[in-house]
Design a protein around this ligand. Structure first.
Ligand SMILES: C[S@@+](CC[C@H](N)C(=O)[O-])C[C@H]1O[C@@H](n2cnc3c(N)ncnc32)[C@H](O)[C@@H]1O
Length: 220
């Protein structure tokens, strides 16, 4: 049987009591279950300006960006349950209305639930670098998934990717440059966008003195 290569392993770590409570009480309202059916994003968010985030981790950047951009909707995907619980708790404490979460494999969500030319932007912050050569096939930023994501972007929509892992940065640059449907807004690496807060994994990278590599491309 053909088994699809996954870009994640479920991280260990239990939910805290607060995360569990938030998960139980708020998932109905803010989580969208995976379905093999196209999502009507406008119906969920009440706007056509939707940004997708793949792998939000604990959601620190997610809620801050959503709060600072209230006219946009943020569809946030993650498989790490404690992260989902934590983001739900933030949605509650910060009184945020413009985030919806899908707790499922982003590859499947993009493929089955998102329509072509529908997204204003895509965020992929600190994707798992999979440093060992035998694991490179697990990296989420590669074809054909990249093209599937870009198909969902509207013309002039943006793709914003950030990593602290230099060999992955080189790989990301290669695959983005090879894709004819997008153009780099910068010469080479992008400037950090002023509205992007630091993420948890970024902090870990900075603590190890890693450089941060950013990519900001627009769909043609
Ligand atoms: C290195 S962490 C970065 C998290 C966060 N963006 C940050 O910067 O702190 C990558 C995250 O992507 C998630 N992830 C990887 N592949 C995924 C997929 N196919 N679908 C959903 N989440 C995924 C992992 O569970 C993990 O939490």
């Amino acid at each position: 049987m053909h088994r699809e290569i996954q870009s994640f392993v479920r991280r260990k770590g239990k939910m805290s009591t607060g995360q569990k409570r938030a998960y139980e009480q708020l998932k109905e309202e803010f989580c969208i279950p995976f379905e093999d059916k196209t999502l009507d994003l406008k119906k969920h968010f009440g706007t056509e300006e939707i940004v997708l985030e793949i792998g939000f981790g604990m959601g620190d950047a997610t809620w801050q960006i959503a709060k600072s951009q209230p006219d946009r909707g943020f569809l946030a995907i993650e498989v790490h349950k404690p992260g989902v619980g934590k983001l739900l708790a933030r949605i509650e404490s910060e009184e945020i209305q413009n985030i919806h979460i899908v707790e499922y494999d982003a590859k499947k969500v993009v493929n089955h639930m998102l329509s072509f030319n529908d997204l204003a932007g895509v965020h992929i912050f600190f994707p798992d670098p999979w440093p060992k050569k035998k694991h490179h096939k697990r990296r989420i930023i590669q074809e054909p998934f990249l093209s599937e994501v870009l198909d969902r972007l509207k013309p002039k929509g943006y793709l914003y990717v950030v990593t602290d892992w230099e060999p992955y940065a080189v790989h990301i640059q290669e695959v983005l440059q090879a894709n004819q449907s997008i153009r780099n807004v910068y010469d080479g690496y992008a400037d950090s966008q002023t509205w992007r807060p630091e993420t948890a994994f970024e902090r870990k990278g900075l603590d190890k003195n890693h450089n941060i590599y950013e990519f900001y491309y627009l769909k043609k």
